[in-house]
Design a binder for this molecule. Structure first.
Ligand SMILES: *[C@@H]1O[C@H](CO)[C@@H](O)[C@H](O)[C@H]1NC(C)=O
Ligand SMILES: *[C@@H]1O[C@H](CO)[C@@H](O)[C@H](O)[C@H]1NC(C)=O
Ligand SMILES: *[C@@H]1O[C@H](CO)[C@@H](O)[C@H](O)[C@H]1NC(C)=O
Ligand SMILES: *[C@@H]1O[C@H](CO)[C@@H](O)[C@H](O)[C@H]1NC(C)=O
Ligand SMILES: *[C@@H]1O[C@H](CO)[C@@H](O)[C@H](O)[C@H]1NC(C)=O
Ligand SMILES: *[C@@H]1O[C@H](CO)[C@@H](O)[C@H](O)[C@H]1NC(C)=O
Ligand SMILES: *[C@@H]1O[C@H](CO)[C@@H](O)[C@H](O)[C@H]1NC(C)=O
Ligand SMILES: *[C@@H]1O[C@H](CO)[C@@H](O)[C@H](O)[C@H]1NC(C)=O
Ligand SMILES: *[C@@H]1O[C@H](CO)[C@@H](O)[C@H](O)[C@H]1NC(C)=O
Ligand SMILES: *[C@@H]1O[C@H](CO)[C@@H](O)[C@H](O)[C@H]1NC(C)=O
Ligand SMILES: *[C@@H]1O[C@H](CO)[C@@H](O)[C@H](O)[C@H]1NC(C)=O
Ligand SMILES: *[C@@H]1O[C@H](CO)[C@@H](O)[C@H](O)[C@H]1NC(C)=O
Length: 743
């Protein structure tokens, strides 16, 4: 019997059942529709501005400003003391300190764990960070931006009430449940996707998504993805309740509720910003996303863009409402509850239209037959679900009618939002460079995987520098000087050690912020690295997570010693020098840079006239060594053992998508045709259109390690091209998925 339909039947049966009353339930994922709108004659849900007269949401200004005078001021004093170790008299700065923002890029669970380990090294609550002098930078930060995997750690910190990283990731004896990364994202009960527990899991997820669809809001693959993210990064899922419906698993938790959390009320948290890109309606571009399309941000108050061509924001509580020229279709056509925390993180990580672009790091090295087969399967699954756009996050457009001369989606009813890294900017810098936020220092927790060993090589910062200096010239600050090519990031070594960019501006006030760059890099000790894992690793044994965080933590607090493999005992001081440096020019007369800090800057600053060299960083091991090889056995044998776990992540994801799309498709078809199935095998006829696995291979106890990609039917007349060069693949996928044309 085709077991896959058992799953679908379970999901369907659930809908038919009489719901039991319960306090929390996974259907809280559905937004409320037909909500009474505010009185548009006196209130507006839209805020418009111009690049020349840019403004921030007043509640953001109030929160950030009120922290500067209270908790942030206290944190600076706690971190730097009287400043004498740095060679300053801190009271000379008159409590006017630089405004600091942190950025956590994308890259799946690698990026999330890198961000976490790095934050722990900057957190004054961690004893070794405090002792090293690096712990404290987190507490002085006014902003924290996250994108994709970086949005998960950001959201997780807030929805767990801003705990220490150890408590957040591992859980504690109290109400923190930990990230549970040893439970695979897409098949948490192990690789038998038809096990009872896995079916419960898929059933609960589908129940949430179908509830949203029943409310009349278009769903997509981003929705089940958002729900899976919630099980790990929000606070309602423990090992004990993972496979039941005793909690809502984060359904009903809203991004706009962040200001209610205790740590926010105590002004302990920076202001969070998520980044998401857009694919303009009717865009037929044949390359990876160019820099043009609008980049959006999500704050606890607004869904907004400071890109000059839009320059507007919408009240986040009413996100999901379609507005034309700022007005709803009628007085009770508003939507609330669309800003589900998981969906906000899922939107920022909605990599499905770019999946192959995103996966270039992990698919590299596999022969083209295998990757083309995977690509084909995924395309086929997505096509089989016939909603508006299955591979993007579907957002009703609140900006319809606005700025028709410049806003590309002014005519569109929907926005297609996609992974925040889709335009090549993997570091969520955009919101931090917005002019009116006036940041002085931007700290990059750089966990991107650019090169073949999954280390960063400057690709993201180079893309941002270029977008800032062209499209965002009128609205954003500019990037300081950096090496201009990836090859230069490699040869100068700046991608393998803490580096400060923009130390020596010419103007007052400075023409760009200071950028403190803390890259994921091989251990300074010369040990084997365990932190350069693939973006599609969607499972980590607990031991790996622990070794990962400890390795990142150690590198973060250690700086580097030129031509050696030992920590720099002065790194904490040097980091303090960099963080506080811009304060010198904020007062008159300006304070001269101290000799201690000048000495630090000799070592850590990037000077384009006199660039450093990678040769100062000896014995760095670049190749990942798996610290828990036994954790991989599950996926071995899929396409040969030597292809190891990177492919496993992709397979898991593909299967997950297949299952959920299959389920959604089935539900839609059932709804449309009002079909009544009495027996499981009645579903057989759905096979072709549902596009699930070939029937022959579905009998018995199916495990995904039993499936052979070769068994999938390949498109006869329309072969996927023998290339997975990122731009091509992303484009062909998008194009294929948009029209009805079939292979
Ligand atoms: C879940 O919540 C929805 C909406 O509030 C309600 O209609 C439904 O009865 C609830 N189901 C259960 C099982 O509690
Ligand atoms: C700028 O915006 C403010 C309100 O935010 C308004 O009072 C002011 O007149 C505007 N200035 C210009 C030059 O448009
Ligand atoms: C913060 O302090 C400065 C000067 O110390 C003052 O001008 C400003 O009004 C204060 N802001 C808030 C929000 O308290
Ligand atoms: C620091 O500056 C303050 C005020 O400018 C002064 O009162 C104090 O004596 C100075 N401290 C030292 C150690 O020089
Ligand atoms: C989860 O966090 C929310 C705030 O976002 C809080 O209201 C709730 O009590 C938390 N739940 C648990 C189980 O800690
Ligand atoms: C965790 O529990 C403590 C007390 O049991 C409570 O004060 C705190 O708010 C809870 N945290 C969250 C996020 O709910
Ligand atoms: C949770 O609810 C969904 C939908 O009814 C169902 O598919 C799933 O099996 C349930 N889980 C458990 C453990 O009952
Ligand atoms: C996009 O492609 C469709 C169908 O291929 C075509 O009708 C449309 O004109 C194209 N749009 C643009 C902007 O090229
Ligand atoms: C959103 O709109 C409602 C209704 O006008 C208002 O009460 C609320 O303060 C607004 N929130 C923000 C963040 O602007
Ligand atoms: C902004 O709008 C103008 C006018 O339509 C257009 O020429 C320009 O390409 C747009 N900029 C971007 C970055 O899309
Ligand atoms: C840097 O990363 C990009 C993006 O992955 C890659 O195409 C390029 O080959 C890398 N270059 C170097 C020198 O590592
Ligand atoms: C500080 O970080 C280290 C390294 O990750 C960790 O072992 C330790 O438990 C942390 N301490 C606290 C109090 O979180």
């Amino acid at each position: 019997m085709p077991t896959v339909f058992v799953l679908l039947a379970l999901a369907g049966a659930a809908l038919a059942q009489e719901p039991l009353p319960s306090q929390e339930n996974v259907t809280d994922y559905a937004p409320s529709v037909n909500v009474e709108c505010p009185d548009f004659s006196t209130t507006s849900l839209i805020r418009e501005f111009t690049p020349q007269n840019q403004s921030l949401h007043p509640s953001e200004v109030e929160y950030v400003e009120s922290r500067l005078n209270t908790t942030v001021k206290a944190a600076w004093n706690d971190w730097l003391g009287d400043g004498s170790v740095l060679g300053y008299n801190l009271s000379a700065f008159q409590d006017v300190f630089p405004k600091v923002g942190l950025a956590i890029p994308g890259g799946g669970l690698r990026a999330a764990q890198y961000g976490a380990g790095c934050l722990s090294g900057l957190d004054s609550r961690n004893e070794s960070s405090k002792a090293a002098g690096t712990g404290g930078l987190l507490q002085v930060a006014s902003y924290l931006s996250g994108l994709s995997g970086g949005s998960w750690v950001t959201g997780s910190l807030f929805f767990n009430d801003w705990p220490t990283i150890s408590d957040l990731v591992y859980g504690n004896d109290g109400n923190l449940t930990g990230w549970k990364l040893d439970l695979p994202f897409v098949s948490p009960d192990g690789d038998d996707v038809f096990s009872t527990n896995n079916q419960y899991f898929y059933g609960s997820i589908l129940w949430s998504v179908i509830a949203k669809a029943q409310a009349g809001i278009d769903t997509s693959i981003t929705d089940p993805w958002a729900r899976a993210i919630s099980y790990h990064f929000l606070n309602q899922t423990s090992r004990d309740n993972f496979f039941n419906n005793d909690t809502a698993h984060g359904a009903g938790q809203l991004w706009s509720d962040i200001p209610q959390i205790p740590a926010w009320q105590q002004k302990l948290t920076p202001f969070p910003l998520l980044v998401t890109d857009s694919r303009p309606a009717g865009d037929n571009s044949t390359t990876a996303l160019p820099p043009g399309p609008i980049v959006y941000e999500i704050t606890p108050f607004e869904f907004a863009s400071y890109d000059p061509n839009l320059s507007a924001g919408m009240n986040l509580s009413y996100a999901g409402t379609h507005l034309t020229n700022g007005k709803a279709d009628n007085g009770s056509a508003c939507v609330k509850g669309f800003d589900q925390a998981g969906f906000m993180m899922g939107t920022s990580a909605s990599l499905f239209n770019q999946i192959f672009d995103f996966a270039r790091n992990t698919l590299q090295g596999f022969d083209s037959d295998d990757s083309n087969t995977l690509i084909y399967i995924l395309q086929r699954q997505l096509r089989s679900v016939s909603t508006r756009s299955d591979d993007v996050a579907n957002w009703p457009n609140p900006f319809s009618g606005l700025k028709p001369d410049t806003f590309e989606d002014s005519d569109s009813n929907w926005l297609s939002l996609i992974d925040g890294a889709s335009n090549g900017e993997n570091v969520p810098y955009g919101p931090l460079f917005v002019q009116s936020r006036a940041l002085d220092v931007i700290v990059t927790l750089e966990g991107s995987a650019d090169d073949t060993n999954n280390w960063p090589n400057g690709t993201g910062p180079i893309a941002t520098q270029s977008r800032l200096s062209t499209i965002l010239l009128s609205s954003h600050q500019q990037f300081p000087p950096i090496p201009q090519t990836a090859a230069d990031w490699v040869s100068t070594g700046v991608r393998q050690r803490a580096t400060f960019f923009g130390c020596n501006p010419i103007q007052t006030p400075p023409e760009y912020p200071m950028v403190i760059y803390l890259p994921n890099a091989p251990p300074i000790t010369g040990d084997n690295p365990v932190t350069n894992t693939g973006t599609f690793d969607l499972t980590y044994p607990l031991l790996h997570t622990q070794l990962f965080l400890d390795q990142v933590h150690f590198n973060t607090i250690s700086g580097f010693t030129p031509n050696a493999n030992t920590p720099d005992p002065n790194f904490g001081i040097c980091l303090q020098c960099a963080a506080v440096d811009r304060a010198r020019t904020k007062i008159t007369p300006a304070v001269a840079r101290s000799s201690m800090c000048s000495q630090c800057f000799q070592q850590y600053c990037y000077d384009p006239e006199n660039p450093p060299s990678q040769s100062e960083l000896p014995n760095r091991k670049l190749v990942f060594v798996d610290p828990t090889p036994q954790g991989l056995t599950k996926v071995e044998g899929f396409l040969g053992t030597n292809k190891f776990k990177l492919l496993g992540g992709v397979i898991g994801l593909v299967l997950f998508i297949a299952l959920l799309c299959g389920g959604l498709f089935w539900w839609k078809k059932r709804r449309d045709k009002k079909m009544q199935y009495s027996q499981v095998h009645d579903f057989h006829d759905d096979r072709d259109t549902a596009g699930l696995w070939p029937r022959q291979s579905m009998g018995g106890a199916a495990r995904y390690s039993d499936y052979h990609a070769e068994a999938y039917e390949l498109p006869p007349a329309h072969p996927v091209e023998r290339s997975y060069e990122p731009s091509f693949v992303a484009e062909s996928f998008v194009a294929d998925n948009r029209g009805p044309h079939s292979p």
